[in-house]
Design a protein around this ligand. Structure first.
Ligand code: 2AM
Ligand code: CA
Length: 267
């Protein structure tokens, strides 16, 4: 049983649990048959989502009884330690369903309301992104640093779209104005992987509307610790309205493009 809330100790537990969860989920993905007509593949994914979140919850609480756990599949009771775990068992579920590689297990630890440690494990790629507050961001042990703040017109910008048709229609309108102003767009299908790729210099900037705390909690810390500015519009914290991430300098340019387009609204 662990009682310390030191970021490094919380991260070590998160990494261990994410590795086990990632193995289980990856085995599950290998068994999905999209052409199987007897059972719907989406049901299989939902089942796996629930099972992996249950596993993560059990492992975390076995090591640290009294902590709170907020997950996609279940809410949090308050807990008694001041530590709350924010868990996405499978981020990028559509990729998972289609046998693609960009899906992740995401686990963040919040101490007294602030995220202090996070892991994003991308099992099929063998990438484990980690960060602690003030301790930097790493991938497989190597220190991460965002790329330079290139001018907006040279920026490779990652983004994603909601599941709701009306929201998507407005997101397409926003994109129509963004696309001619940047180098190009990438849409990988997993918010956590997008933010970690930014941290690794594999894109220049990222924005997305409609995310939940568990989608970006751990990955936003990775991006920040790699030197990105992560926020919303008009000084807001990153949140469901909008998450924007980029190196300082480029963040402001992207912000000023997105703000008048109402990228943090549904139009
Ligand atoms: P998920 O795979 O866990 O659902 C896709 O653009 C990204 O947005 C994924 O990381 C996806 O997470 C996340 N997302 C979460 N909630 C969403 C929603 N309501 N609509 C669209 N994407 C959502
Ligand atoms: Ca998610």
């Amino acid at each position: 049983m662990t009682t310390t809330a030191e970021p490094a100790a919380l991260l070590a537990l998160a990494v261990e649990v994410a590795a086990e969860a990632g193995r289980v989920a990856a085995e599950g993905q290998a068994g999905i048959d999209v052409l199987d007509t007897k059972s719907s593949p989406t049901d299989v994914v939902t089942e796996m989502d629930r099972a992996v979140e249950k596993l993560i919850r059990e492992r975390l609480l076995a090591a640290r009884p009294g902590d709170a756990v907020l997950g996609e599949e279940g809410g949090a009771d308050a807990g008694s330690t001041g530590v709350r775990w924010i868990v996405d068992p499978i981020d990028g579920t559509v990729n998972y369903l289609y046998g693609r590689e960009d899906w992740a297990v995401s686990i963040a630890a919040e101490a007294d309301g602030e995220i202090v440690a996070g892991v994003v494990a991308v099992p099929v790629r063998g990438d484990v992104y980690t960060a602690t507050i003030g301790g930097g961001a790493h991938c497989n042990g190597e220190r991460l640093r965002v790329g330079p703040a290139v001018p907006l017109e040279l920026a490779l910008v990652a983004t994603g779209f909601g599941y709701d048709a009306d929201r998507r229609a407005h997101q397409a309108e926003v994109l129509r104005s963004v696309l001619p102003r940047v180098r190009d767009i990438r849409r990988c299908g997993a918010a956590s992987v997008d933010l970690c790729s930014l941290a690794r210099g594999r894109s220049d900037a990222y924005y997305e509307r409609g995310l939940n705390a568990w989608d970006y909690g751990a990955a936003a810390l990775v991006a920040r610790e790699a030197g990105a500015r992560v926020g919303g519009l008009r000084g807001a914290e990153p949140g469901p309205d909008l998450v924007v991430a980029a190196p300082p300098g480029l963040f402001e340019a992207l912000h000023d493009l997105l703000e008048p387009l109402g990228a943090d609204t549904d139009g």
